[in-house]
Design a protein around this ligand. Sequence first.
Ligand code: HEM
Length: 218
Amino acid sequence: MVPAKALLHPAAKPLVFALSLLPFAWLFYGALTGNLGANPAEYLTRSTGDWTLRFLCLTLAVTPVRVIAGLPTLQRFRRMLGLFTYFYVVLHFLSYSWFDQSFDLAEIAKDIAKRPFILVGFTAFLLLTPLAATSFNRAIKALGAKRWQALHRLVYVIAGLGILHFFWMRAAKNNFAEVAVYAAILAVLLGWRLREYLRKKVSRRVVVSPKANPTASR
Ligand code: HEM
């Protein structure tokens, strides 16, 4: 178990930052040394897609783990993990644009319109962009907490689209084992939030209900 104090250590954030950069460093090193297998382009696109989904899961796991483990200081890593999700999806998109489409914007647009799994991935990427852009304190202040929260609820739609994108891609190969693992993880994380939301709603109703609280109507 991680002690709450360790999460507040000045080295904790740089450590999480360095760990989050490891997959990138590993891929970069592999590309330089020619160690990415028989099809390095495909390897890069797929690995960056995998890391996007992994960081999305990690970001969504912060709040449930924080609450269940009673570690409020865990929250300070959520923004960084969210921004790494965006970092890896940008690399994923660049890898696809470079190796599959030679940075030809007209071809990219045609492919998005032609292949539904690309359209779904691209939509998730577009939706992630305002979340990354508004993850800073200034943006939170400018938007106001309520509007910021409403905007950041898009992350659930993005998670659904990410899984659909992965599912659709694997459907051609009839290979769903990994997709099922990620779908199960995201279902547990989103299910926990839904349960919390309903629990809070019910307890709020109990507090304001005149039957439960006769003074509330006065
Ligand atoms: C949040 C957004 C996205 C997520 C979570 C995501 C995730 C993934 C995952 C998990 C894979 C499969 C990797 C594997 O087989 O191990 C994948 C593959 C792929 N994705 Fe994405 N992706 C996203 C956005 C995009 C975008 C914007 C594009 C391009 C417009 C794209 C194009 C591709 C391509 C071309 C593949 C490989 C297909 C193949 O090799 O047959 N993805 N993505």
